[in-house]
Design a protein around this ligand. Structure first.
Ligand code: AKG
Ligand code: FE2
Length: 315
């Protein structure tokens, strides 16, 4: 309430002007107190409001054929991740993010919990038509994030991982050094994060959003320690780009995805919003193209997933 109604300039103090305004505001304040007392305002709602919007930034998608014509970056990603080139090449295009002072992205996960009742967003269009029509929800299956800093930022704008390596982390009553901390709120608790990275032009950060399933060698449980976000930019601008590497928990679906994207697809994938476009564009030549390129596919022997629990998956 203090933030919402009284502290107009959000400096956490009531000055003369705010107090003068306050006298005209009594009805509104009384209404608020009444709502609060009646339990109408849930603690979460209050918390969210104090944190401000989850994200304050501008985003754009770049197509691989535009930003990486010569595949230099793609090849470096293959080397960096140790993954099969098809996994990298079939993944989402690059997202560029721009922040100005006050801009931030509160802590979040880039991928979704492993839920076998929901298809992965990147392979949803590969399900048979009948079941496909029944798909109303999907989840993000982003095994790896690679984040690039495209420029320095004068002040603030760190990428923070509030609970990295914290074995004792639970979502309830999170504490740091004996103080209650809201690990999602990077405007107020950025410096409490366990890992903080200062933007520096040319630096890239890579992390795993999931574990590997030891039996299948494919996408495993969500790694909740990958919680992260962008702290408030205090001075200057922040420019970053994201590459998300998609992986299904189902090996056959992932291979189908590669074939369609790389050898049978007629449209490049442009991020989450494009899958509908891809489905609608269809691809009647798929079977022929797969036949033609089968030798090409077959020359690729295996998908190698590089991860602390790495296993080799036959293709
Ligand atoms: O701005 C940052 O440092 C983090 C951005 C991020 O997490 C995202 O775009 O998903
Ligand atoms: Fe993120």
């Amino acid at each position: 309430m203090f933030d919402e109604i009284l502290d107009f300039n959000s400096d956490r103090e009531l000055d003369q002007v705010e107090i003068q305004k306050l006298t005209k505001m009594t009805t509104k304040v009384e209404k608020w107190i009444k709502r609060y007392k009646s339990g109408d305002v849930k603690p979460n709602e209050a918390k969210k409001r104090r944190m401000g919007p989850p994200r304050l930034s501008r985003q754009a998608w770049l197509q691989r054929k535009v930003y990486d014509k010569d595949r230099e970056l793609t090849n470096r990603l293959i080397a960096l991740t140790g993954l099969h080139s098809d996994i990298i090449t079939a993944s989402e295009n690059m997202q560029v993010v721009y922040y100005t002072p006050g801009g931030h992205y509160h802590a979040h996960h880039d991928s979704s919990d492993l839920d076998l009742n929901l298809p992965c967003e990147h392979t949803r269009h590969l399900y048979p038509k009948e079941s496909h029509n029944n798909i109303t929800a999907t989840r993000l299956c982003r095994f790896i994030t690679v984040l690039y800093y495209l420029d320095d930022t004068e002040e603030g704008g760190e990428t923070a991982f509030p609970v990295a390596d914290n074995d004792t982390y639970t979502m309830v009553d999170y504490q740091k050094d004996g103080r209650a901390v809201n690990p999602y709120d990077l405007s107020n608790y950025c410096k409490d994060a366990n890992l903080i990275i200062k933007p520096r032009k040319g630096l890239a950060v890579m992390w795993y959003n999931h574990h590997i399933n030891n039996t299948t060698g494919m996408l495993g449980e969500h790694n909740l320690f990958s919680l992260h976000g962008g702290c408030d930019v205090l001075k200057g601008e922040k420019w970053i780009a994201n590459n998300w590497i998609a992986l299904d928990e189902n090996h056959d679906m992932q291979i189908k995805f590669h074939r369609k994207q790389l050898y049978g697809g007629n449209k490049a994938r442009t991020g989450k919003s494009s899958s509908k476009e891809q489905v609608e564009s269809g691809n009647e030549n798929y079977v022929d193209t797969v036949k033609e390129t089968k030798s090409n596919c077959n020359s690729r022997q295996e998908v190698v997933v590089s991860h602390p629990d790495a296993t080799r998956v036959p293709l």
